[in-house]
Design a protein around this ligand. Structure first.
Ligand code: PLP
Length: 396
C-alpha cells in the first residue's frame, strides 16, 4: 500500500478535472480574445471558470484575475499594490515571519528598492497577535500581507481582526490563501480583505494556474505588460485548459467543503493521536484548534526529519519535512524557528498533510509503521552519538 500524505505540497488532479481539461485542450483552441465563434466558445469556458472561482470565494467574477499560480498571485498583489503607491505617500509594508517565500522574498526585493518592511513575529503556536500589527502599522503603511493558513503547520490566522486594523489605518490587506482555499471557507467579505492569492494545484486542480482576487476599486499596476487580457491586469494569452480545470476544481471543492473538511479532520486526528499514543517523545507543532483540517506537524525527539522522511518513503509513505536542504546543510524551517522552537525540535519535524484520496486504512497503516521506523532510527542515532562521544574521549 502506498500512502500519499503530502497534499500541502501538491494534490493529484481530480478525474473530473482531467476529463474537462483534455476536452478543452482539444476542442477549445480558439483564442479567448478572438471575436469569431472559436474564440467566443473559449471565452465562454474561461468565464464559467471565473464564476466558479468567484463563487468559492464569495466574490464577483470581474474581481478574479487568472495567474500562473500562488507565487505569481502573491507577486502581482504585492508588487502591483506597491507600484500603484509608488507616486503616493506610503512606503511601508507589513508581513509576518512565517509567510511562504513567495511573499517573504518579494517583500525583501522591495526593501532593496526603498520600501521599508516590518516582519511581525508569531507566538509559540504560530499565531500573529493583532496587537503586534496594531503597533507596527503607521500612516506610512501601504500594504499588510498575512497568510490565511500556514503551509507547514496549518495554523489559521485571525484574518478578519487583522484586516480590520489595516483598514482603520488606510492600508490595503492581502492574504496568501493558497493553503486555505478549497480546505476551509475563505469568503472575502467575511475576511474583510482587499486581495487574496490562491493556487489550483493545492485542491485537486492542475499545476501552473491560480488566481488573484482583487476587491473592486483597489489600485494595482500590472506586473506583466502586453495585451489587454484579464481587464488589463495580467497580459498574455490565457492558459485555457488550466483555467477550465481550476474552474471545475473550484466547483467541486465548494460542493464538498463541509463534508470533506469533517472527514479529513477525523482522519488527521486519528493519525495524530495514533502517533502520539504509540511513539514516545513526540510533540505537535502549531495551534491545535485554529488549523486547517488536513494538516499536522509533529516533532520526533532524537530523529532527524530527513532520515525519517526517507525511511517512510521506503515503506511507501510520502510525507514532508519543515526543513529545506540548502547547499548540503539542513536549514531548520523558518516557520518553526519563528515560533521560538529549538533548532533540535525544528529539525525533527515532519508534516503530514491529508487529502481527498486518503482513507482510514491508510492512516492505520502509517500509525502501524511509525513506532518501528522511529525506534530503529533512534537506536541508530544513539549508537552513532555513543560512538562520537567515545571518539571525542579517545581523541578519534
Ligand atoms: N503560498 C503558500 C502558502 C504555499 O504553500 C505555496 C505553495 O506551496 C505558494 C504560495 C506557491 O504556490 P504555487 O506553487 O502555486 O506557486
Amino acid at each position: 500500500m502506498r500512502v500519499y500524505l503530502d497534499h500541502n505540497a501538491t494534490t493529484p488532479v481530480d478525474e473530473a478535472v482531467a476529463a474537462v481539461m483534455s476536452e478543452a485542450l482539444l476542442d477549445l483552441f480558439g483564442n479567448p480574445s478572438s471575436v469569431h465563434s472559436f474564440g467566443q466558445a473559449t471565452k465562454g469556458a474561461v468565464d464559467e471558470a471565473r464564476q466558479a472561482v468567484a463563487a468559492l470565494l464569495g466574490a464577483r467574477p470581474q474581481e478574479i484575475v487568472f495567474t500562473s499560480g500562488g507565487t505569481e498571485s502573491d507577486n502581482l498583489a504585492i508588487r502591483g499594490v506597491t507600484e500603484a503607491q509608488a507616486q503616493g505617500k506610503r512606503h511601508h509594508i507589513v508581513t509576518t515571519a512565517i509567510e511562504h517565500e513567495a511573499v517573504l522574498h518579494t517583500v525583501k526585493a522591495l526593501t532593496k528598492r526603498g520600501w521599508t518592511a516590518t516582519i511581525l513575529p508569531v507566538g509559540q503556536t504560530g499565531v500573529v497577535e493583532p496587537e503586534a500589527l496594531e503597533s507596527a502599522i503607521t500612516d506610512d503603511t501601504a500594504l499588510v500581507s498575512i497568510m490565511h493558513a500556514n503551509n507547514e503547520i496549518g495554523t489559521i490566522q485571525p484574518i478578519a481582526r487583522l484586516a480590520a486594523i489595516a483598514r482603520r489605518s488606510g492600508a490595503l490587506f492581502h492574504t496568501d490563501a493558497v493553503q486555505s482555499v478549497g480546505k476551509i471557507r475563505a469568503d472575502v467579505t467575511d475576511l474583510g480583505i482587499d486581495l487574496l492569492s490562491m493556487s489550483s494545484h493545492k485542491f485537486n486542480g492542475p499545476k501552473g494556474v491560480g488566481a488573484l482576487w482583487i476587491r473592486r476599486g483597489s489600485r494595482l499596476v500590472p506586473t506583466t505588460t502586453g495585451g489587454r487580457q484579464e481587464r488589463n491586469r495580467r497580459a498574455g494569452t490565457e492558459n485555457v485548459p488550466g483555467i477550465v480545470g481550476l474552474g471545475v476544481a473550484a466547483r467541486l471543492a465548494r460542493e464538498r467543503l463541509d463534508t470533506e473538511g469533517k472527514r479529513l479532520a477525523t482522519l488527521r486526528d486519528r493519525l495524530e493521536m495514533g502517533i502520539l499514543n504509540t511513539v514516545p517523545r513526540t510533540l505537535v507543532n502549531g495551534d491545535s484548534t485554529h488549523r486547517i483540517p488536513n494538516t499536522t506537524n509533529i516533532s520526533f525527539d532524537r530523529v532527524e526529519a530527513e532520515s525519517l522522511l526517507i525511511a517512510l518513503d521506503l515503506e511507501g509513505i510520502a510525507v514532508s519535512t519543515g526543513s529545506a536542504c540548502s547547499s548540503g546543510t539542513l536549514e531548520p524551517s523558518h516557520v518553526l524557528r519563528a515560533m521560538g522552537l529549538s533548532a533540535h525540535r525544528s529539525q525533527n519535524a515532519i508534516r503530514f498533510s491529508l487529502g481527498l484520496g486518503n482513507t482510514s486504512d491508510e492512516v492505520d497503516r502509517v500509525v502501524d509503521v511509525m513506532p518501528r521506523v522511529v525506534d530503529k532510527l533512534r537506536r541508530i542515532s544513539s549508537a552513532s552519538s555513543g560512538r562520537s562521544r567515545l571518539q571525542s574521549v579517545v581523541g578519534g
